[in-house]
Design a protein. Structure first.
Length: 546
């Protein structure tokens, strides 16, 4: 008995030490979020600052341009995502699973890589322009380096978010109301716009606001495409803080950007709450089986899938094609020279190792932070306070550029751990959403039994809560790992001395107009992020608890 008691005491001590360490890491993440943010906004309260060139008129123009490009990109994503959601939710056809798999692309393929793909496809020397040049006798079209090009790239890149969000609800939609309306003589159009679209509206709003925020924080697309006639708030913050050293202007721009983003996030959370309530009232709770395509639907579906293939699939394939071609005598030939060059660079392997270590540390810290926050929200005093429930929304309303500027203002000569802290401070809410979802699914009877039978709170945590949250923990870690791998904004803003990640390595190659080498490096980065994302999902499925 003494041996068993000593073993139990040792286990309890280890559990307690792990819980304390988790709380300390949570506090470290909070500090890493609050201090840089406070430092970045501090110039707003400084006295004696020189007059900024960002006057009210220019500020309004930049904000209007940012809102306009985000709204236009969201509308394009909706126009593409809603038909795609209908197809994957209600129709069975060859290629349905491939279309459904596109939902992972915005999550695991970095914007930098997709931007390179669009340059290879629709740039001045891209595949589409070369075809147009042959057909028109040497004329080319500026399809990419414009407002329309920016909207095209962002809209098609993010349409799978709309598709996945709406399709999940559409497949669970109860058709009894629509069937009753049809029996009473209502047309298909009236059933759709009068019943179906209303039931799907919360999911549509949630997906649209998510895309709007992503496009509102657009940085890499704008930076690479060099759009004329305007700039986004994110790029303006970067130029004001890093190039012009106008920290007061950068802080003002960032405050405005964060306020708009937080309002959008608040509306998104309301839409998600409405979707949950609606699901409980008018959803069956099991997926409706998709039916085969009708013959009259084939032309429209074929046309739609062709558009998706041209503007979504082709840019992704162009990355691989560009990495395997070389220009000789005015024409392009198959060549693996770009791959040979990057694989012979020491800096490539250093960047790859730095990416792996940084992403692993970020993934672990994000998961620990998210787990502690999710557990704190289970406490009745904190759960009842709306202010505490909004904490996970705050990092999602802060841009990477602002966080990077705040970090550099605190620590002039940065350290790689600074990058890990900055990424953790911004990315942990993505892990939180998955972990919290698992915690809310723990049966009440299990929680009550664990509370009665567990000798310590830590025992209940390690024996009950963590096993039930295994799916969310694995998925959250892999998701944040992939986000860290794909991040090119924070490494660019922090400018860490002699420390390149793979995304930064790829960006430098693209910036020096070495597109084949950048495409080869980007293909490695995209494959790396995709494998991390898919591996986390596979582990979640294999070790999950239903």
């Amino acid at each position: 008995m003494t041996g068993q008691g000593g073993r139990a005491a040792a286990i309890h001590a280890l559990q307690l030490a792990g819980a304390v360490l988790a709380v300390l890491l949570f506090c470290l993440t909070v500090i890493a979020f609050v201090l840089p943010l406070a430092k970045a906004f501090s110039p707003l309260f400084a006295e004696g600052t020189a007059e900024s060139e960002y006057g009210a008129l220019r500020l309004a123009r930049i904000t209007g341009y940012t809102a306009k490009e985000a709204a236009a990109s969201t509308l394009l994503a909706l126009a593409t995502g809603l038909p795609a959601a209908f197809l994957v939710a209600r129709r069975n056809f060859p290629g349905r699973k491939i279309l459904l798999s596109f939902a992972a692309i915005p999550l695991c393929v970095p914007p930098l890589i997709v931007a390179l793909g669009y340059i290879s496809s629709f740039g001045m020397s891209g595949h589409a322009n070369r075809l147009i040049s042959r057909l028109t006798g040497g004329k080319s079209v500026n399809m990419l380096y414009s407002f329309a090009g920016l909207v095209m790239a962002q809209g098609f890149y993010n349409f799978p978010i709309i598709m996945a969000t709406v399709a999940d609800s559409w497949s669970m939609l109860d058709t009894e109301q629509a069937d009753s309306a049809r029996l009473l003589g209502a047309s298909e159009a009236r059933c759709f716009f009068g019943i179906t679209i209303i039931q799907l509206l919360p999911s549509i709003i949630s997906g649209a606001i998510t895309v709007f925020i992503y496009c509102f924080f657009s940085f890499m697309f704008v930076l690479l495409f060099g759009t004329t006639g305007g700039t986004t708030l994110e790029v303006a913050i970067y130029h004001a803080g890093r190039s012009q050293l106008d920290l007061r202007a950068a802080a003002g721009l960032a405050l405005l950007e964060s306020a708009v983003a937080f309002i959008a996030l608040f509306l998104m959370s309301k839409a998600e709450d409405s979707a949950k309530r609606l699901k409980g009232l008018s959803f069956r709770g099991k997926s409706s089986l998709p039916i085969p395509l009708a013959k009259k639907e084939l032309p429209l579906v074929t046309a739609f899938l062709s558009v998706v293939a041209i503007f979504f699939v082709m840019p992704l394939l162009s990355i691989v094609i560009s990495s395997m071609t070389a220009r000789t005598g005015g024409r392009k030939i198959f060549s693996l020279a770009a791959w040979s060059q990057i694989l012979s660079m020491r800096s490539f392997y250093r960047a790859l190792l730095n990416t792996m270590l940084t992403a692993l540390a970020t993934g672990i810290l994000c998961t620990v932070t998210a787990l502690v926050q999710a557990l704190l929200l289970t406490l009745p005093p904190l759960k009842a306070k709306a202010a505490f429930r909004t904490i996970p929304l705050l990092p999602m309303a802060v841009s990477s550029v602002l966080m990077g500027l705040g970090m550099t203002m605190l620590i002039r000569r940065g350290h790689p751990f600074q990058l890990v802290l900055a990424q953790t401070a911004l990315y942990w809410p993505f892990a939180f959403r998955q972990i919290q979802s698992c915690i809310t699914k723990i049966p009440g009877s299990v929680s009550d039994a664990a509370a009665m039978l567990s000798p310590h709170i830590t025992d209940r945590l390690f024996r009950v809560i963590l096993p039930y949250c295994k799916r969310g923990i694995i998925s959250g870690t892999g998701f944040c790992f992939a986000m860290s791998c794909s991040d090119a904004t924070l490494p660019l803003v922090l400018s860490l001395y002699k420390f390149d990640t793979l995304s930064m390595f790829t960006y430098r190659l693209a910036g020096s107009y070495r597109l084949p080498q950048a495409s080869a490096s980007g293909a490695v980065l995209g494959l790396f992020c995709t494998l991390a994302f898919l591996l986390s999902n596979r582990m979640k499925e294999n070790h999950g608890i239903s």
